[in-house]
Design a protein. Sequence first.
Length: 656
Amino acid sequence: MLSQSLRRWPVKADSRPPPPPDAHFHSHPRRPRYHPFSPWIPRHPTGRQFPAADFNQASNSSDHLSHSSGKKALNVDSPAFTPSTQQQTAKKSTFSSQAASAAPFTPRGASAGMLATPSLQQNVEAPVFNPATVREFTPQNYDLANSASQNSAAQDTTYSTDHFTLGSMAQALPSTPYNPYAGEHSGIANAGATYFQSHGGFGTPLQPPQYHLYAPIGPYREELLPYQRAASEFFLSDTLREELQKKAHATLQVMPNTALPQLDRYHSLFPLDTSNRKNTTIFGFPSWVFKATSSKNGKYYCLRRIEGYRLTSEHAIHAAKEWKTIVNANIVRFHEAFTSREFGDSSLIFCHDYHPLSKTLAEHHFPAVPANRYRTAPTAVPENVLWGYICQIANALRSIHSAKLAARCVELSKIILTDKNRIRLAACSILDVVQYEPNPRPIAEFQQEDFVQFGKVMLSLATSTLPVHINNVSAAVESLSAKYSDGLKDVIAWLVSAPKPGDNSKNIDNFMRGITAHMVQYSDLALQAADGITSDLYREVENGRLVRLLCKLGTINERGEFAGDPNWSEHGERYPLKLFRDYVFHQVDQDGNPRLNLGHMMACMNKLDAASEERVYLTSRDGQDAFILTFKELKQMIERAFNELAKQSKQGAPGA
């Protein structure tokens, strides 16, 4: 049987035995790919494999086998063939018994004719596509610099690194400061800016961010459904806008043809008093309040004039300078004090910060109403509002008493309301000058008077009664139990009570320890209000982007001669910009009437600012020209045209 097999497949010298008909080879010019079928290996009738070395020896002595087979045939009763041990030669064999199942070797230098072997086409069934096995694509942070290293792992190891990839080019480009308003953010586009010196900054990302400088930042306290939106999410709150506009109008308000003089460097005086009656209750002299503009810095200040005061000592005016160091959120800041004769008499002028549209607590809670039978009683002040006033006045007194000073004017008419439930102590430092004494009383006595005045103010607000009408303080305090909590009653009673002789426990620090819980609650409310203001500020931080685009369009459209071309704005990339201007601002209806659709204008400008991929159809006025362009292309045209103008402007500037 062995001889018959050898006759069927003769082996020639210096060649390998051909594979059996069922063997299939597949060659690849770069990497050999192997068929899943195992290669043919000669076997003994007993089932054992021939060693590769014996088979090579048999191939070298093929002539001897052919000659001996003709003389003597094999007998069935012959003993089983056992190959003898092959002597070791100097040259190592190519195959081993352990590598018998290895893939067939294809010589690298073999020609196409030598590699040609008979093969049979296999009817291999095509694999069935299963979508479940396909991994879903997830976008990642694409980095051009690392793309080459990621792709090289998938390439064949026989190929060396490509030195012409974009990754090496991105690494070679120097970094430039990131410009969020630039239309192109690639490293190649920004490479030209690196030839000019830059001022620090961070490296330019090769991909633009996935946002356009607009983010709805909190807080989110509205209990709305996911599909619901409040109007304040798109615009500034109407209440806040109206309040700010009123304050701006009051700040800029002037009185034409006025006879008010100019005081030192303060001009454009405007009276702020709501009554022309002279009141000498607090300071002992008539006082008037004016708004004025400083010629030094252009800011607005509040000037309080003490009429008819004659300064008798220089030390009195220096006593007010100690208040310049007091900076507190619940105190109107003091700037300076000086004397003047511009009003025809000797007047003392105090300069404080100006808070437009502010009202005193007396005007807010005890408004002057006409005396008629339909007049209603003042409404009770809510307890949380009273606790807010207590916390704010305590904060102001703590700063004053810590500086070894005393307020001395904690009165309803000298506490102003600047915002909703936001109060400030005004007219501080005035009594230190007006009632100056060379040998003053101890400052502790004035501080105790501050507590008593503080308690009377809160008692007046709690009982809705003016201080001049409260005859029995103890009875008024006891009446608070019907409307307010015992905690508020105890605080007011502690404030209005006179301290015992030698008792130093009545001070601002002990008072604030007793209202710690309310101070924390008020601080939380103040922080929430600050969050709301910050949210409105985030909404308005980029409101100037559309104005910048409109300014650029205005400098390009209908421009006269530029660079020797009188029709520069009428051809090239400038012509579609002219048609875009007509599309946005010069639309008409079917009757030729102008369409003043502000929503259409804002929508187009926002899409242009965001460089949207949405297409827009532009036509000329005569209908002969038409363009279909995206907002992104239009924005790029605007940038290129404006940069051309800016370049020419810099070249023609003096010293350029």
